[in-house]
Design a protein around this ligand. Sequence first.
Ligand code: LLP
Length: 425
Amino acid sequence: PASTTESGPGHLAVGGVRLAEIADRFGTPVYVLDEAEVRHRCRTYRDAFPDAEVLYAAKAFLCRAMVRWMDEEGLGLDVCSAGELELAVTAGFAPERMVLHGNAKSPRDLETALRLGVGRVVIDSPSEIARLAAAVGPSGSQKVMVRVVPGISAGGHEKIRTGTDGQKFGLSIADGYAQHAIARILDQPQLELTGLHCHLGSQITSVKPYLAAVRRMVGLMARLHEQHGLVLPELDLGGGHGIAYRPGEDALDLTSLARKVRAELADACASAGLPVPRLVIEPGRGIAGPAGIALYRVLSVKHSGETVFVAVDGGMSDNPRPALYGVRYAPRLIGRHSTAASARVTVVGRHCEAGDILAADAELPADVRPGDLLAVPVAGAYHLSMASGYNLVGRPPVVAVRDGLARLLVRRESMEDIRGRDVGL
Ligand code: LLP
């Protein structure tokens, strides 16, 4: 995770800045992003996959600084809305290095993508083909990929598995929908099919499903070669690389993933008599997740039955992941040194729901009390990007740390922001 160092009794520093200082200066809840860790993770990907195109999945977390860092580290972007696309462009990112996803792209998404010149559009449904071709116009040209469902079950939770039939993304190989859509794309002269895409799911900790995906995808490429004489230059295997949320949890081994995928791809292509396509990967969590830390202030501590509830000033509005996927976090007391024995507590949020639990069965010093600060590591991906406006508490700010300096990237959502949108009476 973010390169934390102990800095005095009970103190934890990230990027050379004490977390307690950030809480004092910017208030809580607050999200801290370790710039060096983000960049380090980008380089780890680039080193492990030197021949591949690495696209950062912007849905994990996006702000203009993040866009800038991805650009400087040589990554492309996977975006899935006009909003993500436009934010990236306003930060100076080249649209041709972006790929647009989405199972239900709106007219605005497609219009924006074409107007700004997005690199590739990933087709996810048959109806999108004609819509896109019409929007491109008879004399235009747009590169596309097709999102294929390879029929492989993988991913950390049922709600984030996307490699099998019976979920909303992509076009099935087994049912022939993928083959049918590809034939229709080939009939559209203004759409240039550059490759196939699949995304198996998220929080995958084993290499095996990726190898199975390579086999299935190359199998389809071989059939397309036979039927249409098609040789596709790209194969996008999506993201989903699992990370450890708590000490001792497994993460996907990227070096092993890279080595085995490369070997499997070379082998499968050789057997099929196809040239090896350029690999594209789309990590989101693997880049942003471990680089983020959420800081909360404890507001109350109370006992109820057997349980000790430690309530903090954020909750499911800034981190819906425990409620959605049953994810477990390991919060830490920071900002003071405690010699108390460790106790099992349930860290809950401030929202008006019993399900607003941030960390069930967390270990914290038994003397944890109101006013204390808690740090929740591995909070960089799918926290703020999925934050809601529930109870009008205002979304937390994002502070970047680097070389002993803290700087505000995204400010806290204020009451003026909230009231400003409320235009009726
Ligand atoms: N590519 C595509 C087409 C995707 O749909 C996703 C994630 C990614 C790449 C990046 O996946 P990653 O490497 O970050 O796992 N909200 C959930 C995760 C949903 C992911 C949706 N798509 C969570 O908090 O776990």
